[in-house]
Design a protein around this ligand. Structure first.
Ligand SMILES: [Zn+2]
Length: 430
């Protein structure tokens, strides 16, 4: 989650640019610079051509950043913003981190970005129009004016593109949050709204794929393929949302204590990581242990810490060197609702939350223990309703030696056998 190039802070939020921007800015500069300083562009002298290209690239990045910052500012003012925003190619995943409490909040946060983009598009279009009015018919336009005309036209078009793509009503775009907020207002329920938004997102995704297929046949292969991939991503994120909702419904009413493990492992601070991984993690995937010296609890260690350390260092490193100190591990109360606690667990990137205060830890809520409860609930629900077992697909095995995979799904209960029911393979994707 904390990937990308750190740019600074705004509105109490850390701003990062996704790494692809470095490549993208270079590419934009080269394409525009080549075009402008040779015969294909307005025919600038080389220095002005490249200068114009660099300014255009920077302003393109600034346009996306300002769009995202608008979301951040409104979210932070409502007290619901995340702590980090990563600027992606066409906006970001920041909205997915925001947890609005009312549909009004959600609508305001979702519309803030598009509002900024439409304003920027209008401002740049106005300047481009004014230049066209002033010098339109002239044969002797100063090169500086030509450059300004180029920059403003590109920026007007880019902000328009940003606006249109962000208003697509499919996750993770802003349009999906708008649909969600409107459905929330209409039906008065967050979960119903999620279902509506997910369904709309899926339909839109399939439509985008269909348009892509038509374009491949009638126009060109590459733009068509790009649309098919985009549609596929929209459908995929709707599915993730569906599973999340299924999970949320399944554990509605459950408390932290229902899922927490009071019989958790305690390991000595001096234990080396190879022994720890061999003895404690092999059968405890997604599990975690508390590190202790004598009677004193020092911290938490689990798969997330182990996998960051190269395997060759395991025999010489001790659990106390790899653990997360006790004070840095989030805590939950046993009688708190389970879902918010699982969200905290997910966001923390750790394998466990502590139940208890200070040195007194009565239980651990781990990905593994949560997975066990979820499986029990799913099986019970299946028995009671007599229908096929609809277990949300449980993620793959997370072994300590596995390379870091894609971002973890909402709540990864680490019981790969969770799909042991023969019917679940046929149902999880539907
Ligand atoms: Zn946006």
């Amino acid at each position: 989650m904390n990937s990308g190039l750190p740019l600074g802070r705004a509105f109490g939020t850390e701003i990062r640019a996704h790494w692809t921007w470095i490549l993208l800015l270079a590419l934009i500069t080269v394409v525009f610079g080549e075009g402008l300083s040779t015969q294909t562009g307005p025919g600038f002298d080389a220095a002005l051509g490249w200068g114009t290209a660099i300014v255009t690239a920077i302003l393109i990045f600034a346009s996306v950043t300002v769009h995202e910052l608008a979301h951040v500012r409104v979210a932070r003012r409502a007290g619901i913003g995340g702590n980090v925003v990563v600027i992606q190619l066409l906006g970001g995943t920041y909205l997915m981190e925001v947890r609005p409490r009312t549909w009004g909040q959600e609508l305001r946060v979702a519309l803030a970005g598009p509002l900024v983009s439409v304003t920027l598009a209008a401002v740049f279009a106005t300047i481009a129009g004014a230049i066209e009015l002033g010098w339109g018919g002239s044969n002797d336009v100063p090169q500086g004016i030509l450059a300004a005309s180029f920059v403003t036209e590109v920026l007007a078009l880019f902000n328009l593109l940003l606006l249109v793509t962000n208003l697509i009503p499919g996750y993770p775009m802003d349009g999906a949050r708008v649909v969600h907020a409107v459905a929330w207002a209409r039906y008065g329920r967050d979960d119903v709204a999620t279902k509506v938004a997910s369904r709309v997102g899926r339909i839109v995704g399939f439509c985008v794929m269909a348009v892509g297929a038509v374009i491949i046949v009638l126009v060109d292969l590459w733009p068509g393929l790009a649309l098919i991939v985009a549609g596929w991503l929209l459908v995929g994120s709707s599915r993730i949302l569906d599973r999340r909702l299924m999970l949320q419904n399944l554990i509605a009413g459950a408390h932290v204590s229902d899922a927490a493990d009071s019989d958790f492992a305690r390991v000595p601070a001096q234990l080396t990581l190879d022994v720890f991984a061999g003895e404690y993690l092999r059968d405890r995937l997604g599990g975690a242990a508390l590190v202790e010296r004598g009677e004193e609890l020092l911290g938490l260690i689990g798969t997330a810490q182990i996998r960051r350390i190269p395997r060759r260092n395991w025999p010489v490193m001790r659990t106390e060197q790899a653990m997360v100190p006790l004070g840095s591990v989030p805590r939950a109360s046993g009688d708190a609702d389970l879902w918010p606690a699982l969200e905290i667990l997910e966001r923390s990137g750790l394998d466990g939350l502590l139940i208890g205060t200070g040195q007194h830890v009565s239980a651990l809520l781990t990905r593994r223990s949560a997975g066990r409860l979820i499986r029990e609930l799913a099986e019970r629900q299946a028995r009671e309703s007599g229908v096929l077992l609809l277990v949300p697909r449980l993620p793959g095995r997370r072994t300590p030696s596995a390379p870091p995979g894609p971002p973890a799904p909402p709540v990864p209960p680490a019981e790969p056998e969770g799909s042991a029911d023969p019917s679940s393979d046929d149902t999880t994707d539907q």
